[in-house]
Design a protein around this ligand. Sequence first.
Ligand SMILES: [Zn+2]
Length: 396
Amino acid sequence: MEMAEVGGTPGGGVHRLALSDEDRAARDLFCGWCDGAGLTTSVDRLGNTFARRPGADDDLPPVLLGSHLDSQPSGGRFDGALGVLAALEVIETLNEAGLATLRPLEVVNWTNEEGSRFPPAMVCSGAFAGVFELEYALGRSDAAGRTIGEELDRIGYAGPAPVGGRPIAAALELHIEQGPILEEAGTTIGVVAGVQGMRWYDVRIEGEATHAGPVPLRRRRDPLRGAARVIDRLFASALESDEEARLTVGEFALRPGSRNTVPARVDFSVDLRHPDDVALEALDGRLRLLVDEVSREMGLDGRVEQIWHSPTVRFASECVRAVGDAAAALGYPQMSLFSGAGHDSVYLQRICPTGMVFVPCAGGVSHAEAESVDPADAEAGANVLLHAVLRLAGRA
Ligand SMILES: [Zn+2]
């Protein structure tokens, strides 16, 4: 709750965009708490922050546990923050119990997980995992043209540590589910099997701007009609596909954007997701076909640009087992599920065995001020994280 005050909104949510002043304040608070827990904090060139507790054999690669402290523009208190602070709670619990682990532990706060200010999402954990070049990540810019590199310098979190390139034994992340499945099932712990595949697109349809009065409808090349037709048919295909398909058009812009002018151009975003890569590929094909087809039907120019593709991820069996066994040993009801949202763990799985623990959130709501978690569920999630970490890091 103290962290939620940093960037806290009147509606009970959080506005803590990556590398904003609020993000700096959250980082300062987090690092202070890490110091208090006796951890040694290092910051890499992308501001990813690692707070380390030595292992009994400190030369072994560490187990990472954590998530992110940045939020959506009108985000909730728990998305990301729960995972970082539960990781710190795990360390404090080990300290209080006087328990050492064989491997070192590192509590991590990843920079710009949300990608809301600097698209794409998870770009800094991606760079850590070698998916993106450092220069690419530093050069991502916000709507005002400020880059990740500039903003890291401004808030004082461009650290000296190199980005990635070191062995990691395993990574674990506790997160709210962000969907309704656990709550509907009355289950406390989600043992995350993997993360569904995602594709992001920018779609542009161009026609001809003209006066809203004198020009008859049949003479117009109206890109809005084309966009509406593409979107409606694409939703019909996604609904026919199967229960798992997800389609979202979250951004939509008309140019020039005048009440009495037929637009010249429409730009919109498309977000497609599916746990099965073959089904996702089929939806990708459908989108491209529809834009071509409708452009031809209506005399428009349409194009589709894929700006991001994250294939389906399956987490390492040893981590999935560690989470499931920990929940079972603690007596919490559990179920296996796929994540509908992207997480830093998607990229971590490329370089080390990775797993996630989900806890329910009220009504499945997230990326919203109303986001809420039952404290008993947060506690259960932290306990599962602790016991899964002990399984992966080994007791000294
Ligand atoms: Zn998150």
